[in-house]
Design a protein around this ligand. Structure first.
Ligand code: ADP
Ligand code: ZN
Length: 653
């Protein structure tokens, strides 16, 4: 963000917008209602898209008519249009401005820039603005020159903002409130922001102004909390399918995570943009350094960096091609870069909501993308410890968090289609997808009941013999019959379980233990040096009443899988279909787009998406008519860039 004041908040674009839709009118005076463009017209003329996706049409119709809505749609599903189109339609009908509440201050500049590129008058209010700038903006609002105003939640609660909203309301110029990332209001969501709690004020103060709340977090607890906290009891709920079919899910056993990551990127995503999530700041720095040493364009991002540096790195990620962002979960909310080709988790997230939200940042453009995670025993131990030792939260809260973690562990160990499991978690039934690791290479399952019994009785015997518990490494040594110094010191070589597990490799034992932890039979005690303790559920297996099926931890499986997926890697599919001429045109168009984006201080995808450039390169249009109907080219972009695009395409620019 160059300055806090948005350059796009001029009245001119509002005039411009009206003049595209109503060529006969040069001022934003309201025409007769029947001449208003329909939402579908707006979708085509402003955004250049021909069809609504999923429930978009129903949502837009409902909100245009003044209804309240709660929208649950996966990341990349197309939430923005659900409020942007009603904002335009309602502004056309004389209702004034739509106020968008969003926690994403760092992205407001680009969001507003994207709207401006499409010919929509929009602005944002943020805390870096001077008095003078703010009052200028306020005047514009009172003159009804803006269609959308973005503001941070903490801003809404200030006396000045309340006064402004009041004045707009008095004049009938407060059209709609859009509450983006609405799960931030809930402590069960993964991005709790206390400022969101005061948003209930909107409804209390302006009960007649419609509201639309949007989120990609759909678990029942968070949903209920959102409804109560934001007072959306009467809002209509719109729940989309949470499937993101273009994302391929892969979860691999962690051996050497950083090497695995490097191999994955080199094999499938060389030169492409991606996000790598790690648990700690230290690890983020290490991994970013490692990727850089390996010659990749990589940067670190976490809350420990000062905000200017964070903003700078975020801008680079959005603006430069092929950057890898290595980050903690502090990065990513609202990142609408459409061509992120992979999201990798080097450490396991806290729960499925977080995992799904983070992986959803891959492939927003609908082209093939990868969600790849490595996970191991240590992840389970770490996450459990974080829950158990957080003294800020109640026992009830911890219990909910443990349940959520268990669901993610089950997903990681699952031998069924990952997508079926994920969607099931969000309450959706589906069929095996053919586009996840388990579908592409069904895991070999073995009956680990006997092994599980050995492990459980070993834990029991050790505890009984020594009166204290021991950690995973020591137990595996006993099982495998390794007479280490520690084993001898405690006389654990005398136990009946010493050496009874020599038939399995350590990696297999680790798999067994992970399962037992995931199934709640064994607990890792964070207050006692991560020692292992039996839980009541272990009894069933010990008594032979329950069986344990495990996925094979074959080292070769991952190599095969990699080979298999390389053939259809994201990059392969994205560019394979272009002939030499089209590829040349695409290269020229990308260079031109980069230039325009730099001039406008915006990410390249805000000018045109890759998919739009590819369609142009393929079609090789001769005139403006030839550009019409290409997805992503609205009236304003056609007017602003059409002629230039034709020249670049023809190689005469
Ligand atoms: P979300 O906020 O739900 O994560 P976005 O609003 O950023 O998703 O939309 C994701 C992508 O899909 C954007 O690039 C957007 O331009 C595109 N998109 C949304 N709706 C449509 C549509 N009806 N037709 C074509 N593309 C769409
Ligand atoms: Zn599958």
């Amino acid at each position: 963000m160059k300055s806090g004041f948005c350059p796009y908040s001029t009245g001119a674009s509002s005039y411009f917008f009206h003049s595209i839709l109503f060529p006969a009118l040069n001022t934003p005076t309201l025409p007769h209602p029947t001449t208003h463009p329909s939402p579908l017209d707006i979708l085509g003329q402003v955004f250049g898209y021909s069809d609504f996706r999923g429930p978009q049409q129903a949502i837009v119709d409902h909100v245009v008519q003044g209804g309240d809505a709660l929208v649950l749609m996966p990341t990349g599903g197309g939430k923005s249009l659900c409020y942007q189109i009603p904002a335009i339609a309602r502004q056309n009908a004389g209702h004034g401005v739509t106020v968008v509440i969003s926690p994403l201050i760092a992205l407001m500049h680009d969001q507003v820039g994207a709207l401006h590129e499409a010919g929509v008058s929009a602005a944002f209010l943020n805390s870096t603005q001077t008095q003078e700038e703010s009052s200028l903006l306020e005047k514009q609002l009172l003159r009804n020159e803006l269609t959308l105003l973005y503001a941070a939640p903490e801003r809404i609660n200030t006396p000045r903002m309340k006064g402004l909203l009041g004045s707009l309301h008095e004049r009938g110029l407060l059209s709609l409130f859009a509450i983006d990332e609405a799960h931030c209001v809930s402590q069960w969501g993964h991005d709790f922001r206390p400022e969101y709690r005061s948003l209930s004020l909107l409804h209390e103060t302006f009960p007649d102004v419609p509201r639309i709340a949007l989120t990609a977090t759909a678990d029942a607890l968070t949903r209920q909390d959102m409804i109560e906290r934001l007072k959306l009891e009467d809002a209509r709920e719109f729940v989309s399918s949470f499937d993101r079919p273009n994302i391929r899910y892969t979860i691999v056993e962690k051996t050497n995570a950083t090497h695995q990551l490097l191999r994955f990127i080199e094999a499938e995503h060389a030169g492409e943009a991606g996000i790598v999530y790690c648990q700690s700041r230290k690890r983020v720095e290490e991994v970013a350094g490692m990727l850089e040493d390996a010659g990749l364009k990589a940067m670190a991002y976490h809350a420990g960096l000062d905000s200017a540096l964070r903003q700078q790195r975020q801008d680079r990620f959005l603006r430069e091609e092929g950057m890898v962002m290595v980050a903690t979960i502090a990065f990513g909310m609202g990142i609408d870069k459409p061509d992120v080709r992979f999201v990798a988790h080097l450490d396991m997230p806290k729960n499925i909501e977080g995992y799904y939200q983070e992986t959803g940042r891959a492939g927003r453009d609908g082209l093939p993308a990868n969600a790849w995670m490595t996970y191991g025993l240590q992840d389970v131990v770490n996450q459990r410890r974080m829950i158990d030792t957080s003294d800020a939260s109640s026992e009830e809260f911890k219990q909910v968090m443990r349940g959520k973690l268990d669901a993610l562990l089950t997903l990681a160990e699952d031998t069924r289609c990952r997508r079926v499991s994920l969607l099931h978690y969000f309450g959706e039934d589906s069929q095996p997808c053919g586009n996840c690791d388990n579908c592409l290479q069904p895991p070999v399952v073995w009956d680990a009941t006997e092994a599980a019994r050995k492990m459980l009785s070993c834990i029991y015997r050790v505890q009984q013999a020594s009166g204290i518990s021991f950690g995973a490494g020591h137990l595996m040594d006993i099982l495998r019959g390794k007479a280490t110094e520690k084993v001898l010191q405690h006389s654990h070589d005398k136990l009946s379980t010493f050496g009874i597990g020599a038939d399995l490799a350590e990696v297999q034992w680790r798999g067994v233990l992970r399962q037992l932890i995931a199934k709640g039979m064994v607990r890792v005690d964070p207050d006692a040096f991560n020692t292992l303790q039996l839980l009541p559920d272990a009894r069933q297996v010990l008594k032979g009443e329950a069986s344990v099926m495990l996925r094979e931890q074959a080292a070769s499986a991952s190599t095969d899988r990699r080979k298999k997926s390389t053939k259809t890697s994201a990059k392969g599919l994205a560019e394979a279909s272009l002939n030499a001429g089209a590829l040349e045109r695409l290269t020229r168009l990308k260079a031109w787009r980069a230039e325009v984006a730099r001039e406008h201080n915006l990410p390249a995808f805000v000018i045109f998406h890759d998919a739009t450039l590819r369609a142009i390169a393929e079609r090789a249009p001769q005139d403006l008519v030839g550009l019409e109907g290409i997805s992503g080219i609205g009236v304003k972009k056609l007017e602003a860039y059409g002629a230039e695009v034709l020249r670049v395409c023809a190689g005469t620019a």
